[in-house]
Design a protein around this ligand. Structure first.
Ligand SMILES: Nc1ncnc2c1ncn2[C@@H]1O[C@H](COP(=O)(O)OP(=O)(O)OP(=O)(O)O)[C@@H](O)[C@H]1O
Length: 312
């Protein structure tokens, strides 16, 4: 069996009093587009640095295709490439010249892949222009091209869409999707939910260094449970009944309806109890939380994060 592209166990990074990364376990399987998602300062860049062997973990270990990047340096590992923070280039040289310098450092047949890489990132037309005149999105794409000339099986990208305008973000998403289709495994970090929502099949959501959810986004939506909306012939009485019931939480009364959180089972049982109490139900329906809601709950609200981590 071949080792997975990324396997990290018990990763910790401490900077003085700051626990930047707190006991992170991470497995990225071949073919994944994996999103490492969290707000600014959550420790995303620090994790990528450790994965690339640029810094040493305080504790824990990393394997890329079964090899330790601290021993070999990730860029010396066959099939691994990427960038941390923004990719850096010589602004007074052309895009192509920058890639040629990197290819010369890299050796092998990297030079022969420059045309193909420029084509994939859609910079062929601008390859003879100086990087100093490139837009932010073009520089990010050139960063991906610089990784592609190493013919990677695993691409690690730190916030590839940050600072891009909507068109730039769309181009970057399309580029990552194309790379994935051609067989490259991708691990990208992001603080933008919209960036990963369409693109990633798996995500880890991090909050102050710690993973609070790991899995498929579809599972996250399912696990989160819904907020229910209820209208009856006597909402005041219905509210009293709701308050006493197990499995129902956060009951609130609006002018038009009651709202509460709970599982489908709890809502079904409630409907029976309401009817037995002589109330007629005018409406009882779930209102699914958006992913944006879930993300903020997970990254800002400690009890909600703990509940979801338990349930997942
Ligand atoms: N070299 C360092 N020395 C001290 N503290 C650091 C260092 N690098 C990161 N930190 C701290 O570790 C925490 C995580 O930082 P990190 O850059 O990994 O987060 P991030 O999720 O990538 O955020 P951003 O999106 O803002 O880059 C922050 O509190 C940061 O201040």
């Amino acid at each position: 069996m071949t080792a997975p592209p990324v396997q990290a166990r018990g990763l910790v990074k401490r900077y003085g009093d700051v626990l930047a990364v707190d006991d992170v376990d991470l497995t990225v399987e071949a073919g994944d587009v994996y999103g490492y998602l969290g707000p600014n300062g959550a420790g995303k860049t620090t994790v990528l640095r450790m994965l690339l062997g640029l810094i040493q973990p305080t504790a824990g270990e990393v394997r890329l295709f079964g090899a330790d990047p601290l021993v070999h340096g990730a860029t010396a590992l066959d099939g691994v490439a990427g960038f941390v923070e923004a990719p850096r280039f010589y602004p007074y040289l052309t895009g192509r010249k920058n890639l040629e310098l990197l290819a010369a450092l890299d050796g092998g047949d990297a030079k022969a892949r420059i045309d193909g890489a420029l084509d994939v990132v859609e910079l062929t037309d601008r390859q003879r222009h100086k990087v100093g005149g490139y837009s932010h999105g073009m520089r990010q794409r050139l960063g991906v091209a610089a990784a592609l000339i190493r013919n990677p099986r695993l691409l690690l990208l730190d916030e590839p869409a940050t600072g891009l305008d909507p068109a730039g973000m769309r181009d970057m998403r399309a580029l990552v999707a194309r790379l994935s289709l051609s067989g490259t495994t991708v691990l990208l970090s992001s603080h933008l939910l919209a960036e990963v929502e369409e693109l990633c099949n798996r995500v880890a959501i991090v909050r102050t260094g710690r993973i609070v959810f790991e899995g498929a986004l579809a599972d996250l939506k399912r696990t989160a449970g819904a907020e229910w909306r209820l209208r009856t012939t006597d909402d005041a009485r219905a509210m009293e009944i709701c308050r006493d019931r197990r499995g129902i939480a956060n009951v609130r009364r609006d002018p038009l309806e009651l709202r509460f959180e709970g599982t489908e089972e709890a809502a079904s049982e409630l409907s029976v109890v309401l009817v037995e109490a002589g109330l007629a139900i005018r409406a009882l329906a779930p209102h699914a939380a958006t992913l944006e809601d879930l993300f903020f709950r997970l990254t800002e609200d400690e009890p909600a994060a703990a509940r979801l981590a338990e349930a997942s």
